[in-house]
Design a protein around this ligand. Structure first.
Ligand code: APR
Ligand code: ZN
Length: 270
């Protein structure tokens, strides 16, 4: 196991045991799992909201009043979002789904890196940067259509071809409601799960920050992998303050080691 302190190695082992013996574990991820893919998070060191005021740049009321501010921020962040590739943290969660250890990923991220890494059951509770909607007539546009418009028209915000209203990426801004199916499904999964693996989230934005409480209230356990403390650390079974890109693959490796031991015990002739 890569160079980790003894305590962290023990925690990785305990997390692997919990997940291996779980019956319907799920993962909940935040922007922290994508920082090792080059996408800034929001509240971590150098995060987007430490440089731009969310109430101005990330709020739906201000978007309606003046969409250019949001689009100027999007112009800076979008290239990193569109060129990013999954990192070992994303691949580890995809492998845990393949191994039937986790049943779904609930993500606050809009970057589609879980899907690019191979995760299939992914609930994007804050939307997705690859779809755009017209604020006036609800017409929908793909990312490529909007990129072409921006290149040709050189106008921010891009305007709808049908009604000339400003276009908006299908991501949830502060003050907007979350996609109904995704959040209801996530609440149902959080209620039912016996182990929630939380990776790279400050757990500071409702209603997603409530999901771990659904798990705890039904006797489920939390494993938190985050490089900074969260307000739920003292209620978690395991907290590993380290990079998700390092810890999640180690948990997968440890699960495989435990499975080999289990198989040998069940069938020593193997
Ligand atoms: N490994 C582990 N933890 C990390 C890493 C990493 N490589 N990089 C950053 N972190 C931690 C940060 O220290 C921080 O605690 O991940 C956490 C990310 O928290 P936020 O930036 O608040 O992101 P998130 O929890 O996803 O925010 C939720 O807020 O603004 C809204 O819609 C936005 O979806 C976002 C929501
Ligand atoms: Zn329109």
């Amino acid at each position: 196991m890569a160079i980790l302190k003894l305590t962290e190695r023990k925690k990785v082992h305990h997390a692997a045991e919990l997940l291996l013996n779980s019956s319907n574990a799920i993962a909940l991820t935040g922007a922290g799992i994508s920082t090792e893919s080059g996408i800034p998070d929001f509240r971590g060191e150098g995060g987007i909201w430490t440089r731009y005021k969310p109430e101005i740049y990330g709020n739906i009321k201000n978007f309606i009043r003046d969409p250019t501010k949001f689009w100027k921020l999007a112009e800076k962040v979008a290239p990193k979002l569109f060129s990013a590739e999954p990192n070992p943290g994303h691949y580890a969660l995809a492998e845990l789904e393949d191994m039937d250890i986790i049943k779904a990923v609930i993500t606050q991220n809009i970057d589609e890196l879980h899907q690019k890494a191979g995760s299939v059951i992914v609930y994007e509770v804050h939307g997705n940067i690859n779809r755009f909607t017209c604020f006036g007539c609800r017409a929908s546009y793909t990312k490529d259509q909007v990129m072409r418009k921006l290149k040709k028209e050189k106008h921010y915000p891009p305007l709808c071809d049908m009604c000339s209203a400003p276009l908006k990426p299908s991501v949830v801004l502060f003050g907007e409601s979350l996609p109904t199916f995704e959040i209801y499904q996530s609440q149902a999964l959080a209620e039912k799960t016996d182990v929630m693996l939380i990776a790279g989230s400050s757990l500071s934005v409702d209603p997603v920050a409530d999901l771990p409480l659904y798990t705890l209230s039904n006797g489920g356990k939390l494993i938190i992998v985050n490089d900074a403390p969260t307000h739920l650390d003292e209620r978690a079974e395991i907290v590993i303050n380290h990079k998700t890109g390092k810890i999640l693959p180690l948990i997968v490796e440890e699960i495989k080691r435990l499975q080999t031991i289990q198989n040998e015990e069940q069938d020593p002739s193997n």
